[in-house]
Structure formats: C-alpha cells, structure tokens
Design a protein around this ligand. Sequence first.
Ligand code: PLP
Length: 388
Amino acid sequence: MNDRVYLDWNATAPLCPEAKSAIEHALAVSGNASSIHTEGRRARRLVEEARSKVAALTGAEPRAVTFTSGGTEANVLALVPEYECQGGKRRFDRLLVSAIEHPSVRAGGRFDHARVETIPVNSAGSVDLHSLERQLAARAGENVLVSVMLANNETGVIQPVRAVAERVHRMGGFLHVDAVQAPGKITCDISELDADFLTLSAHKLGGPAGCGALVKRNEGLRPLPLVPGSQEHGQRGGTENLSGIAGFGAAAARALEDLRHVVEPMRRLRGRLEEGLRAINPKVVIFGEEAERLPNTTLFAVRGAKAETLVIGFDLERVAVSSGSACSSGKVALSPVLEAMGVDSELAKGAIRVSFGVSTTKEAVDQLLNAWKKLSAGLHEKSAGLAA
Ligand code: PLP
C-alpha cells in the first residue's frame, strides 16, 4: 500500500500529526467536560483550548464557536427560520442558497422547501451577483438568510463572499458561509469575509471525521438548537466528543500556520498537474479555470469519458482520486455543480477531481500523470474505434 498516492483531500484530508497526538492525549483523559471534579476540569480544559484554536482560525471569539458532529450538522444548525436575538426572537422568511452548495445546504436545512430559493452560478462556477441582487430586491421587506460557500468542493472555485455579504447586509439580511474546504488554503476570518455564520469540518483540515463547528460573528444571534441540551452554551446538547474536539483544535492551529507558507507551493504543484494533463491529452477541459480557485483542486474531463471507469483505472494504477458525479442506488447522477454551471452531460459524466494537500509531492503528481498517460491512450483508442 505504501506506493499508493492519495489525491482526494477534499473528500477527507489525512489526519495531521498534531491532531493525532492531541487525540491520543485526549483519549487518556477520562473525565466528562461537564463534571466539576479534577478529571472533568481536565476534559473541560481540552475542549476550551480547542475552542480557542478554532476561534483563532476564524478570527472569532471562543464563545462564538459551537462544536457539532461535522460540517453537515453545522449547516443544518445555521439554516433555521428561528433565531434567538438579544433575549427576543428573530424569524427569517426566506432562505437563499447558491446552486453549488453541499447537499446539506441545498436541501435548505430546517426551512420549509417552499421558502428556499436558489441563486444561480455562471459558467465559471461563481455565484451570479446580478441575479442575487434581483432576488434580494424581489424579497425587500422580508427577513432573508443567505448561504453561499467560501470555496466549492468539486471545482475549488472561490466564491465572491465579501461582495455577497455587502449585498445581503445592504438589504438587512444575514449571511451563512460554508467554509469547509477553505482552511489552510485561504483565509477563513469571519470579519474579513464579512460573514455572520461560518461552518467548518475537522476532517477536511487534517482533523478527525465526526467533528465540526458553527462559528458566529455576533454571539447575540443564536439559531434554535438542533440538539437541545445544556452543553455548548445551550447551542448543542450531548456530552462533548473530547478526542474529536481536541484533534480538531490541533488541526485548526496547524491549518492557520500552513496558510502562511504552503499556498504558493500548492499553486505550483497544481500548475504542474494541469500542464501535464493537457500535454498528455490536449482535449482536457478544466472546470472553473477562468475563476480564482483553491490552490489544491483540479476538476477536469475529456468528452466521452466515463468518470467511474477512470476512477477505477486510476485506483489500479495506485492513485486515489474521485469523480465529480455521485453514485446512488446503482445509478450515476451527474454533478449538480457542473449542471448548475451549464456543462453538458457528455462532458460532465467524465469529470475527475484531483485534490491534494500540504504533504503532497511532485512525485505523487507525476504518478498521477503516468496513470493518466495510460488511461488517456485507452480513451483515444476507444474513440478511434467508435469513429471507424
Ligand atoms: N460542506 C462542504 C463544502 C463539504 O465539502 C462537506 C463534505 O463533503 C460538508 C459540508 C460536510 O461536512 P461533514 O462531512 O463534516 O459533514
């Protein structure tokens, strides 16, 4: 297994060494963070240290960080019509979500479906600001919550979040940002982004799966809990996942540190990858390349190829990548992200996502390119056979 290359970091990033040792340390602590004895206080200290680290990653107050079971839960916690506001209530009449959001956002969280509207994206995979303006204007007088992700998990396209925030706030609305794919690659500072709520997921940034957070800019505005209980300042009941939270905190600190020095090397590596893909097959289309993208993500396709076959082909060549299409109940569905970008199905069904991280080497990218050389030759033969 050692010579395998893992290039599916956007699905789950490998556990970073800092998170691994924080988890091991936390597993040896036997207290419940709500208990007042010494063991309980030890557990509480670990939770609060992790909270401070997640707060530092997002430029928020530690108290504004609510730990959840992951990004999905944090999204559903945020997307609710009912909020508590300085002791009173605030109701949102409408939820606007972009067409390329994670399914947990596209489904509208806890909003009635009739109250959820979709904001289209352009062909580069970026939120259509003109359409957003028109949609907000049509809802003038309503209380609107908007959810737009910071960077797309499939294309890596970075969304114009500040421009979205400016338009949403001008109309008196609030903005939730799913920032799950961004840490360690671009800033996730909630004030810089001008967001009101931010979602994070530990396993996308080098921490363990099953842990995430909703971060608020203003602690006075609190969504109705999804899991009622006294923990997490009443925002999320249930005994805290101590080892998961400790690992999350350590990974968040590492991601903040990485941001300073790994972005340029990642961008160079992506350049090597994309040049190589095209040198081998000039028909390669790279989705979203006209827009600003995360430095670690490439979604590409060749017309007529089948992504499931290619993923298996790469796997046999000891390279893990993923397809831009999802398979459920034996049927392959086209990627809603590519559909929203207006990509035709013949091209979209061959979409392959390559995503890497801090420890990915040139040699790993070259192993993928060697595999692509073989698989691409197979595609060429197939299309020549069809033409004959
Ligand atoms: N948001 C985005 C953009 C994602 O890519 C994912 C995971 O695929 C999630 C949310 C969900 O996070 P989790 O797996 O922690 O529930």
